[in-house]
Design a protein around this ligand. Structure first.
Ligand code: 2HG
Ligand code: ZN
Length: 463
């Protein structure tokens, strides 16, 4: 509970209508997509300017209040969960396009702009914002930057980090930093912008960003292949990427396809059932790319890697094929899945996957594990479905042990416990499998530089 005095000071900063205290509103703004923690913020504020954000942070420092920054709350690691009476600072009102420059091909915008809005804004000007993933309809740019969001085009365009050329943030001390100011080249010492990208709201609140846009791709074709075994997926990746610039190379298991076709009513790509499926996308500006793709498909069939396949003949078909992959995450919410988002170097994936499979099958035989992910960049989404016999608490506890064992394997394979979703609350206990004690110590010290009173998103990333 906040004191009357703090409530009145917050009201002065943002106005009575922008200070939310009702139980329903607290519930709404206090969680992300995770279902493990209960929302329990003490208040939600909706600032309308960077100066208002600054005032809230200064007040929090003065009165020792914790802040949870909040974007579209589509996160999957609990990074935006407010469970301990924190003040949620929601960026929804910082949702303006501020400046567009066609020569620099960049746009400055408020952190609360929805990702799809930015994509549309770019398209309307003959440009392209390439970071794309299933929740672009509700995720906000500020949250994407705070988690360095990845998605389905990373092999071609990189992660969010690649597209941020300027940032305005309020750090934990309540100071405003205007970082990099839209420059492409700027070698003037430490680039703080990159420290804030992916910092999960632990160093500052991202209020504005300048985003680089690019030329739109030519029309694309989607190819879905039925694959005989996991190592064969990598053979397919190798031969295709040797000849064609792929914009996506995704994979999913037969179990994932079954769930998505049964629950969403999507049509199967073809009748043959295969253990794994790969989805490839590439630009087809000219016929020769299609000819190469067909020839490569035949090679893959001859080698015995690929058992069946379908090539999109229209934009509508390409979109329908994408849905088989993109709707998996949404479909699996039905089972309250425990999510792992891990990466290893692509070349190590078959051995790693075999070891994880053996581990889960041997030690947790009642768990159904659904595999899918962005195989082209080494990122696997391993979703464990909750068996009906286990309560959510029992299930989460058991999955924690699985994560620790997978963490040990990741350490052996020099992989990452979080490829793209971030650490948040969900993975902080496993951070040490990917980062050395020295690195974690230095991260804590860096946090203190930007957030000396440790008021920003406490308990996220590390304790
Ligand atoms: C995806 O690639 C998203 O579909 C979500 O990153 C993954 O829900 C997941 O585990
Ligand atoms: Zn993903």
């Amino acid at each position: 509970m906040l004191s009357e005095q703090i409530i009145s000071r917050l009201t002065k900063i943002v106005g009575a209508e922008r200070l939310l205290l009702e139980a329903g509103e607290l519930q709404h703004f206090g969680v992300d997509r995770t279902t493990i923690w209960r929302a329990n913020p003490s208040a939600v504020v909706l600032p309308g300017t960077i100066e208002e954000v600054q005032q809230v942070v200064l007040l929090a420092n003065e009165c020792n209040l914790a802040i949870v920054p909040s974007g579209g709350r589509t996160g999957l690691s609990g990074g935006a969960v407010a469970k301990d009476g924190e003040i949620v600072v929601a960026m929804d009102r910082l949702n303006q396009m501020l400046d567009f420059n066609p020569i620099d091909r960049c746009v400055s915008l408020g952190a609360g702009v929805i990702t799809a809005q930015l994509q549309d804004f770019a398209a309307e000007r003959g440009l392209f914002y390439p970071v794309d993933f299933a929740s672009t309809g509700s995720s906000q740019i500020g949250g994407n930057i705070a988690t360095n969001a990845g998605g389905i085009n990373v092999i071609r365009y990189g992660m969010t980090r690649e597209w941020v050329i300027g940032l305005k943030v309020v750090n934990g001390a309540g100071e405003i930093l205007n970082l990099n100011r839209g420059l492409v080249k700027n070698n003037t010492g430490y680039d703080f912008r990159h420290l804030f990208i992916g910092s999960e709201g632990t160093l500052g609140l991202i209020c504005e960003a300048t985003i680089q846009l690019t030329r739109p791709p030519a029309a694309s074709t989607v190819l879905v292949l039925g694959i005989d075994n996991f190592p064969a997926i990598l053979d397919v990746l190798r031969v295709f990427s040797a000849e064609i610039d792929l914009s996506a190379f995704e994979f999913f298991s037969q179990a994932a396809l079954d769930k998505v076709t049964e629950h969403q009513g999507h049509v199967k790509p073809f009748e043959t059932r295969t253990p794994f499926y790969a989805l490839l996308e590439f630009e087809t500006a000219n016929e020769s790319v299609l000819e190469s793709a067909m020839a490569l498909f035949e090679t893959c069939v001859e080698e015995g890697w690929v058992l069946d396949g379908v090539l999109s003949q229209s934009l509508a078909q390409a979109k329908a094929l994408w849905k088989l992959r993109e709707d998996i995450s949404e479909t699996l919410w039905h089972w309250q899945p425990y999510k792992n988002d891990i990466s290893v170097r692509v070349s190590r994936m078959p051995d790693f996957l075999r070891e994880v499979d053996e581990l889960v099958a041997g030690r947790y035989p009642d768990f159904e594990v659904i595999w899918y992910g962005h195989i082209g960049d080494g990122n696997l989404h391993l979703n464990i479905l909750r068996p009906e016999t286990l309560s959510n608490e029992e299930f989460v506890a058991k999955c924690g042990s699985v994560s620790a064992e997978i963490g040990q394997l990741l350490a052996k394979y020099e992989g990452s416990i979080s490829a793209e979703h971030g650490v948040g609350l969900l993975k902080k206990d496993y951070l040490h499998y990917s980062r050395s004690p020295l690195e974690i110590k230095l991260m804590r010290e860096i946090k203190k530089v930007f957030d000396p009173n440790l008021i920003l998103n406490p308990g996220k990333l590390f304790d």
